[in-house]
Design a protein around this ligand. Structure first.
Ligand code: GTR
Length: 432
C-alpha cells in the first residue's frame, strides 16, 4: 500500500499534518488485471436463509440490503420531513419553446426563513397532451439555466461560472454571460423528450448540497445538522444522500401537479448525479423507473472488480460524497458486505436502464453491465425478464426487457443517441 507523508512548511516551522495517510492504490484499466472476486447474493439473507418469494424479499431481504447500503455506503437519510416544507409555483409560461411546451418553475422551501434552504425545480411539459405527462426527473450540474438556452429560465444563484466543464464560483458581481445558458443542453435533449410526449424536470444539485467538502455544512445537510465531511458520524449521509433526498422532494411536488403523471416518473442521472439517482430510486419506490448513464463507482458498476475508479480513489477525491463508513473499504473491496448489483436489485420490479460509454473506462462499462446482470434474479422473482442476453452486447446495441442496457461508442457524456434509447425504453415499458 502506498503511504504518503504530508508536511506543511509554515512560517519557517515544520508542522506534521498527517502521518501515514493511505494513498489509494492506482486504478486498473486492463481487464486481465481484474482479480477474482465473489459477489454477495441478492437472494440470500444475512442469516443464510434463501429468498424464494416476493413476500420474503420485500419483508426481509430488501430492508436488510437497504440497511447495509445506508450504513456502509451512502449514510442515513433523515426520517422526517422539514416542518416548513412547501411548494411555491413562481412562474408558468404556457407558450414556452415556441409554444410547444409549458415551462413551470417551482421553489420548494425547506425552511420557513426567506434565506433558508430551498431548491428550484424547473419543469417543461409538452402542450397538447390529453392525459397527464410522464416525467423524466434528474439533477443538473450547473444550474437550471444550463439545461436549455431558453432565456425564460431563472438563472441559478449563487451563479457558478462554467468553464471547461468545471465548477468555478464566480467572484461577486461577475456578470452572468448569456452563453452560460444552455451549456448542458446537449446532455438534456429537452425538445426530443417533449416530442415523445414526456415532461422533463430538473433541480440544480448545488441547491441541495454544494459539490465540495464544505458543502456538508450548507443547504440541506446544514438544515439537518448532520455534520461536516470529517466531523459526522460514520453512518451520517454525504452529498449523495442529500442529492437523493432532493429528488424525493421534487417527487413530492410532482405528485401534487395534476398535469403530470406521478405514477410514471423516471429518475435519471449522469455520472455523480447518476449515483444519486440510483440511491434515490433504491430508497423511494414512488420512482417508477431508473435511468443511469456512466454512473460508475458507487453507481451501477461493481466495486469488487476494482476496475477504473475504486472505492479508495473516490473517497479520497470526494470525501463528502459517501458515508464515512464507506472508507473502511478503501482498497479492501473484497470486505464490502454488498455490491452495486444489489443496489440495482432494490429497484426491482421497476424498469431499470443502465447505460455506459465504451471510452469511459473510469466508469467501468463492463462492471456496469455486470451490475445490471447481477440484479436479474430479483427481477425474475417478480416474473420480470431482465437483459435477455448472457454476455455484454456489442457497441451501440441496446438490449433488455425490464432491465435495459447499452454501451455507446464514445466518451463519458449523455448524448442524443443515449436519450433516444432511454425514450424507446420508457415508451416500451409505459405504452400509451
Ligand atoms: C469524476 C468521478 C466520477 C464521476 C465523474 C462525474 O471525477 O471520479 O465518479 O462521478 O466525476 O461526475 O462527472
Amino acid at each position: 500500500m502506498n503511504r504518503s507523508l504530508r508536511v506543511l512548511v509554515a512560517g519557517g516551522s515544520l508542522a506534521l499534518v498527517s502521518l501515514l495517510a493511505a494513498a489509494p492504490n492506482p486504478a486498473i484499466t486492463d481487464e486481465t488485471k481484474v482479480p477474482p472476486y465473489t459477489l454477495p447474493e441478492p437472494l440470500v439473507c444475512a442469516d443464510g436463509t434463501p429468498v424464494r418469494t416476493v413476500a420474503m424479499w420485500e419483508a426481509k431481504r430488501r430492508p436488510e440490503l437497504r440497511g447495509l447500503f445506508t450504513r456502509e455506503v451512502y449514510g442515513r437519510t433523515p426520517a422526517s420531513l422539514p416542518a416548513a416544507l412547501r411548494f411555491e409555483v413562481t412562474a408558468v409560461d404556457r407558450g414556452a419553446l415556441g409554444g410547444t411546451a409549458t415551462r413551470k418553475e417551482v421553489t420548494v422551501w425547506f425552511a420557513a426563513k426567506a434565506d433558508g434552504a430551498r431548491m428550484h425545480l424547473l419543469i417543461y411539459q409538452p402542450n397538447g397532451r390529453k392525459t397527464p405527462a410522464p416525467v423524466f426527473l434528474g439533477l443538473n450540474f450547473f444550474g437550471n439555466h444550463s439545461v436549455h438556452a431558453d432565456p425564460g429560465i431563472r438563472l441559478a444563484s449563487p451563479f457558478i461560472y462554467y468553464d471547461a466543464d468545471r465548477y468555478r464560483p464566480a467572484a461577486p458581481g461577475t456578470p452572468v454571460k448569456s452563453e452560460q445558458r444552455g451549456v448542458h443542453a446537449e446532455k438534456w435533449q429537452i425538445e426530443a423528450v417533449l416530442a415523445r410526449g414526456f415532461a422533463t424536470a430538473t433541480v440544480w444539485c448545488h441547491d441541495l448540497c454544494p459539490d465540495r467538502v464544505g458543502g456538508l455544512g450548507e443547504n440541506v445537510p446544514a438544515l439537518f445538522a448532520t455534520g461536516g465531511a470529517e466531523q459526522r458520524a460514520g453512518d451520517a449521509w454525504g452529498a449523495m444522500g442529500a442529492w437523493a433526498w432532493g429528488l424525493s422532494r421534487a417527487m413530492d411536488y410532482l405528485a401534487t401537479d395534476p398535469e403530470l403523471d406521478a405514477r410514471r416518473v423516471a429518475v435519471h442521472g449522469f455520472s455523480r448525479l447518476g449515483k444519486a439517482a440510483l440511491w434515490a430510486a433504491a430508497q423511494d419506490e414512488r420512482f417508477a423507473m431508473l435511468v443511469s448513464m456512466g454512473s460508475g463507482c458507487g453507481g451501477a458498476a461493481l466495486s469488487k472488480r476494482i476496475y477504473g475508479e475504486t472505492v479508495a480513489i473516490i473517497n479520497d477525491k470526494f470525501p463528502h460524497w459517501f458515508a464515512k463508513n464507506f472508507r473502511r473499504y478503501n482498497d479492501r473491496e473484497s470486505e464490502l458486505p454488498v455490491d452495486q448489483h444489489q443496489l440495482l436489485a432494490l429497484i426491482a420490479p421497476r424498469p431499470l436502464y443502465v447505460a455506459s460509454a465504451h471510452g469511459d473506462s473510469w466508469s467501468d462499462p463492463r462492471g456496469e453491465f455486470l451490475g445490471a446482470q447481477g440484479a436479474e434474479p430479483v427481477y425474475a422473482l417478480y416474473g420480470k425478464k431482465g437483459l435477455g442476453v448472457n454476455a455484454m452486447p456489442g457497441l451501440d446495441t441496446p438490449v433488455g426487457a425490464t432491465i435495459g442496457y447499452h454501451n455507446r461508442t464514445g466518451k463519458h457524456d449523455v448524448t442524443a443517441y443515449d436519450w433516444a434509447q432511454f425514450l424507446n425504453f420508457a415508451e416500451r415499458c409505459w405504452p400509451r
